[in-house]
Design a protein around this ligand. Structure first.
Ligand code: GDP
Ligand code: MG
Length: 163
């Protein structure tokens, strides 16, 4: 069994950028327009010595007109059903949004372990909103910058203990 790691989160937090860094290739499209990745994309990846499968769930909230709450629920549920570990991505420079809260509400019911990735922490001295994120009810978190690569070796060693 190859462990599956799902990347979930609202549009524009950097899921695809994180996916590409972890996969070591540019597979998912990184885009300024929220919701550009409509499909779930997966790729093999290697974390320290472990082979695993990475899944980018870019469709969350992609199209408000399709019934937004349903989409959030559906994507989170797919991740909860298929993944061995869920990486829940948030924008560390932004405040929590109702979408973040809604995803968190779903993931809290999960038996799959959830790790928070507080992305866009590009600089060490950045003003980050850790207080808000710690209120979500998940214990594991890590600051990352998919743009600069900060935090990824730490992420790999943390994931290693799950795999
Ligand atoms: P997704 O919708 O969650 O898949 O987000 P994307 O990966 O497409 O990224 C959305 C936007 O955020 C793009 O403009 C990225 O270049 C930008 N972005 C992603 N990660 C980072 C980061 O670590 N730092 C900064 N400053 N921008 C980022
Ligand atoms: Mg995406």
């Amino acid at each position: 069994h190859v462990p599956t790691i799902a990347i979930v989160g609202r549009p524009n937090v950097g899921k695809s950028a994180i996916f590409n860094r972890m996969a070591g290739r540019r597979i998912a499209i990184v885009h300024d327009e929220p919701g550009v990745t409509r499909d779930r994309i997966s790729a093999p990846c290697k974390i320290t010595d472990h082979a695993c499968k990475l899944m980018d769930t870019g469709g969350i909230g992609a199209r408000l007109s399709d019934g937004f709450a349903e989409q959030v629920a559906a994507e989170a549920d797919i991740a909860m059903k298929t993944a061995d570990l869920i990486l829940f991505v948030l924008d560390s420079r932004d405040h929590l949004t109702p979408i973040d809260q809604s995803i968190a509400d779903h993931l809290r019911k999960s038996e799959v372990p959830v790790m928070l990735l507080l992305n866009k922490a590009d600089h060490e001295k950045q003003d980050l909103n850790l207080g808000e994120f710690s209120g979500l009810g998940f214990n594991d978190y890590i600051f990352l910058s998919a743009a600069h690569g900060r935090g990824f070796s730490e992420l790999a060693s943390r994931l290693d203990s799950f795999l």
